[in-house]
Design a protein around this ligand. Structure first.
Ligand code: PLP
Length: 440
């Protein structure tokens, strides 16, 4: 079909997604695809969820949109109250936007404005990690460490320091305990803040479980706690980006709860609207909001569609489903099942180097040699072949290639809907292992 739309690739054409049924998407030709990655960790409730559809119809019949310069709305107020109540200690305020990049941009600007308002105008630098993705808009792209995404836009990006990620598979020395490794890499942040001058640093940004750049890499125990201590020591704000790993994906509504850490700000999106509406949120410690309330009284930021009533109604319905159907327990249960299946089917595979993740957020790192951990030649574009083979076989998964902290490699990200059944999990792993073998 000739068309004028353009999106990611200018080559080839894509099937038309025509309908959704639970964990499956159907194309216009009637082919069924098992959604093993929720697109990119979005569709946590699967497709065509009845309760969310009903909530959206209901909101549409009352009000779709009222500009936040004039009004607030009942669904937006309710959503903010619920998120603040469920969030880690001290998080009291919620800023609603339309997606993950917008949430990260808002976090960076709020951090800067906060320091202006509390009389520390010298603080403007951001430190992040080499293994990270925080969005494609210019501020968020500058924070992220994904070289492939950044390279050609480098002249447009504000300078950001990047320290080591917490990437046990390749980073931990053989004779080093998990904890010692976590503390060692966390301490790089301390050194970098001292090098830059603490009075110039405003924020450290990190994903508690790294998503798209590396395939579900969780921090080792103790790492985030040490990061929190370092930020406190130097008066630097800790921004945790849970756009991918938040909203229940790891089996906890907020991934950082498992690490026992309360950040200054949290960004969420993706699973918040579960694909039913585009929505993201920035969650903020009360004292940050209070500083602005006591100062200028105005956060100098904003988007036309922020606090959108339909989007908030969808997110409320998603939360209702997560709570009402106890989907966090389902994520923990089915996550453990998926992990076991992956180990059973792929654990001994000669080209599977690592299987990792939390809950229904799992990653597989592929290597040419398991002993040396040598990656495949990037020219083979293995990740692209796996994606194509899986798709042809009726499975949506999220393979990526790129720099895995200094090493170019391939990984596969899995993030199926929280409602996935035992049989569907088996189908997922079956189709994935077939695709892997055909692609190799
Ligand atoms: N932050 C993280 C951790 C992400 O994974 C993503 C998207 O993949 C973003 C931010 C950007 O979100 P969006 O694509 O909704 O702008």
């Amino acid at each position: 079909m000739p068309g004028h739309i353009f999106g990611r690739s200018t080559r080839g054409s894509l099937p038309i997604a025509a309908a959704g049924e639970g964990c499956y998407i159907l194309d216009a030709e009637g082919r069924r695809y098992l959604d093993g990655s929720g697109g990119a960790a979005v569709s946590c409730l699967g497709h065509s969820n009845e309760a969310v559809r009903a909530a959206l119809h209901d909101q549409l019949d009352r009000l779709a949109f009222a500009h936040t310069g004039f009004f607030t709305s009942e669904p937006a107020e309710r959503l903010a109250d619920r998120l603040a109540a469920a969030a880690p200690e001290g998080i009291e305020r919620v800023y609603l936007v339309s997606g993950g990049s917008e949430a990260v941009e808002a976090a960076l600007k709020l951090a800067r404005q906060y320091f202006m308002e509390v009389g520390q105008p010298g603080r403007h630098r951001v430190i992040a990690r080499r293994q990270s993705y925080h969005g494609n808009t210019l501020g968020a792209l500058a924070a992220g460490g994904n070289e492939w995404r950044r390279a050609q836009f480098a002249p447009l990006l504000v300078e950001t320091s990047h320290v080591s990620p917490c990437y046990e598979y390749r980073g931990r020395a053989e004779d080093e305990s998990l904890e010692a490794y976590g503390l060692r890499v966390a301490d790089e942040l301390d050194a970098e803040i001292r090098r830059l001058g603490p009075e110039t640093v405003m924020a450290f940004v990190a994903e508690p479980v790294v998503g798209a750049t590396a395939g579900a890499v969780p921090a080792v125990p103790g790492y985030l706690k040490r990061i929190r201590e370092i930020c406190d020591r130097h008066g630097v704000l800790l921004i945790l980006d849970e756009v991918m790993c938040g909203m229940g994906r790891t089996g906890h509504l907020f991934a950082c709860a498992e690490d026992g850490v309360a950040p200054d700000m949290i960004t969420i999106a993706k699973g918040l609207g579960a694909g039913y509406q585009p929505i993201g949120a920035l969650l903020v410690q009360g004292r940050i909001y209070d500083a602005i309330a006591a100062g200028s009284g105005f956060f100098q930021h904003g988007h036309t569609y922020m606090g959108h009533a339909m989007a908030a109604a969808a997110a409320n319905a998603v939360l209702d489903e997560i709570e009402g159907r106890d989907l966090l327990s389902a994520v923990r249960r089915q996550g453990a099942r998926l992990e076991a299946l992956l180990h059973e089917r792929l654990g001994q595979h000669p080209h599977v180097g690592d299987i990792r993740g939390r809950g229904l957020f799992r990653g597989i790192e592929l290597v040419a040699d398991r002993e040396t951990k040598e990656p495949f030649d990037p020219a083979r574009k293995l990740h692209a072949r796996i994606k194509a083979e899986a798709f042809a076989g009726g499975l949506i998964c999220y393979p990526m290639g790129g720099t895995l902290d200094g090493v170019r490699g391939d990984h596969i990200l899995l993030a199926p809907p929280f409602i996935i059944s035992d049989t569907e999990l088996e189908e997922l792993v079956d189709k994935l292992s077939g695709a892997l073998d055909r692609a190799l």
